[in-house]
Design a protein around this ligand. Structure first.
Ligand SMILES: [Zn+2]
Length: 218
């Protein structure tokens, strides 16, 4: 089973990917993880292609596609994958269709975490992180000191209104064509609307599982 997860930064995509990974026992594919694995192994066939990341540069769409194509053939993904952060563009989505066709698969379902700007703002502005272990908390938990490291939590520099607003706008603009692509592709599409009241990760997961049952995916 191949699941594509869509969602703005702060939508909880990574958390849902982990929960679904456990539920279905399929691999969680994040491009960041794939890059890190390759960069840790100088003998990897794609090492030269992605080395520029070490210099803080971006890799081209083509390279990202190659990395995903290679990654998906690994044992971890032999029963499928939850794709988190890929595809980002329609052209990547088209390539993904080809990659999966080569593996005798297809996108089985798209899960779109549609979190409103208000909810996203509340989540991100309330976010506190441990500067040492990077664990993330929310101000409403009432925790001011990391229980593991015993140092005060901080607000990340990019968790401010302007940055969040810009990231959200960019996400909307870039993702709208991708949403259209998948909706018109006919792949089952689950939209999780989180608008006025925030939902916990478990509430979101329950909703997703319910919807998957309804469309006979599980
Ligand atoms: Zn810590």
């Amino acid at each position: 089973m191949y699941i594509v997860l869509l969602g703005a930064p702060g939508s909880g995509k990574g958390t849902q990917a982990k929960l679904l990974e456990r539920e279905f026992n399929i691999g969680h594919l994040s491009t960041g993880d794939l890059f890190r694995t390759i960069l840790a192994d100088e003998g990897h066939p794609l090492y030269e292609d992605v080395r520029v990341i070490k210099e803080g540069k971006f890799v081209s769409d083509d390279i990202v596609n190659k990395v995903v194509a290679e990654g998906l053939t690994s044992d971890r993904f032999k029963s499928g994958a939850i794709l988190d952060g890929y595809p980002r563009t329609v052209s990547q989505a088209e390539v993904l269709d080809e990659i999966l066709a080569d593996l005798d698969g297809a996108v089985d379902v798209v899960i779109d975490l549609d979190v409103s700007k208000d909810v996203l703002f509340k989540r991100l502005l309330g976010r506190r992180v441990c500067p040492k272990c990077k664990r993330v908390f929310n101000v409403k938990e009432g925790i001011e000191v990391c229980p593991d490291c015993n140092i005060p939590l901080i607000i990340r520099d990019d968790d401010n209104e302007q940055v969040i607003e810009a990231r959200f706008k960019e996400y909307r603009e870039k993702t709208a064509p991708l949403q259209d692509y998948y909706i018109s592709s006919g792949a089952p599409y689950i939209k999780v609307k989180i608008c006025d009241v925030d939902k916990t990760p478990y509430e979101v997961q329950e909703f997703i599982l319910d919807q998957l049952k309804k469309i006979d995916i599980i």
